[in-house]
Design a protein around this ligand. Sequence first.
Ligand code: BG6
Length: 460
Amino acid sequence: MTTPTASDALVFFGATGDLAYKQIFPSLQAMVKRGLLNVPVIGVAKAEWTLDQLKDRARKSVTEHGGLDEAAFAKLCDLLGYVDGDYNDPATFAELRNQLGDAKRPLHYLAVPPSLFGVVADGLQASGSAENARIVVEKPFGHDLATAEQLNAMLHTVFPEESIFRIDHYLGKEPVENLVYFRFANSFLEPIWNRDHIDSIQITMAESFGVADRGSFYEETGTIRDVVQNHMLQITALMAMEPPSHEATDALRDLKAMVLRSMRTLKPEDVVRGQYNGYRQVDGVDPKSTVETYVAVRLHIDSWRWAGVPILIRAGKCLPHTVAEVAVKLRRPPRVVFNESKPGPANIVRFRLQPQVEIAIHARAKMEGQGMRGEDVELKVIEDATDDMPPYERLLSDAMSGDPTLFADQRSVEAAWRVVDPILDNATPVHFYEQGSWGPKEADHLVKDVGGWHVPTAPS
Ligand code: BG6
């Protein structure tokens, strides 16, 4: 396999926007600090700003998000350029082309709403800035299956699939990489990682906060589009995929797409939507809104490995704490050997993905003393490892070096939309829940046969 050529310029559209402020500038400073960025960095926006104003904004951004490193920041400022102009104006792209100088493999990061992807892609092409270039796009990637297909077709008129990097920041998280590593760097999981030994799987993404100032965004989105179609289904795919025979990008992405393609399309009876009390009073939210801030779904993967194993996803805002976790419940031992008053819970292999890395196995062990009585213990494999490379830094560095492993490709994005398409919007009723609860009780019937919901403990 040949090593891809690294990009020799980084352009980011939406330079004066929120994403640039919260994620991009801090990542750029961190990349400079690690010695991973030493090429021109050009911001593009329509704000009637000067380069100095952009530098001021960058300084505020890094100060607020992660901390200012004077030396790295000064170096970043030396690399920074700025183009101010309308995305519909060819002069904007002519100036960008000019500032790109002799860069031969620029990377264009579209930190702008998807409605602008087309116009930016066309402007890049017309000015000659798309040639040999890479493009990074943010979620939401489409609003449903049809719009995702249209978006892909439109981007493909300018960029080949291998040059398109679709960000799903969950894939850049250290604990998510660890899940994949742990599964395939050890031999003891694989023999039991199937329908013969696994009873059910639960994936929880709980957030203790509401939609804050993103009311109008959330009205267009809802939890299914916001985190299930992307983060949750990508995690499910990593958890369920076949073992790759090697580390190559294609292997991993092919295997993930295979899982998503064998996932059964969801039906309304597999889904319970919820909305926290108080959501309708948020700025930008319709007082009669039926948009979900919580969803629980019961999935099935129609493969030899997973046939008959229920996979439950539960995600929502204003839940008791902020935590994301995968819990893989094993089948119980075939016989009760020890005459205990109450048999212990089934073994669970648990991967905590948020806020920190944690891998643990719940088991039973004998209590000290007379008699064969046991207690629940947890074998901790990893706990509290800190992630010193935030997702955006990891993903931007990978995109610059042309490594698409941690990005979602067209097949998996479209397959994931196919799974959720029939349950979007008002396909099912919305049930109200109290803030700080685990969501509407109507969701409980989805887990009746698997022993109830897995409730992640509060992060310490
Ligand atoms: C984003 C969603 O993709 O992920 C947000 O739009 C959500 O609604 C966020 O809060 C969660 O990401 P993280 O990294 O904070 O778990």
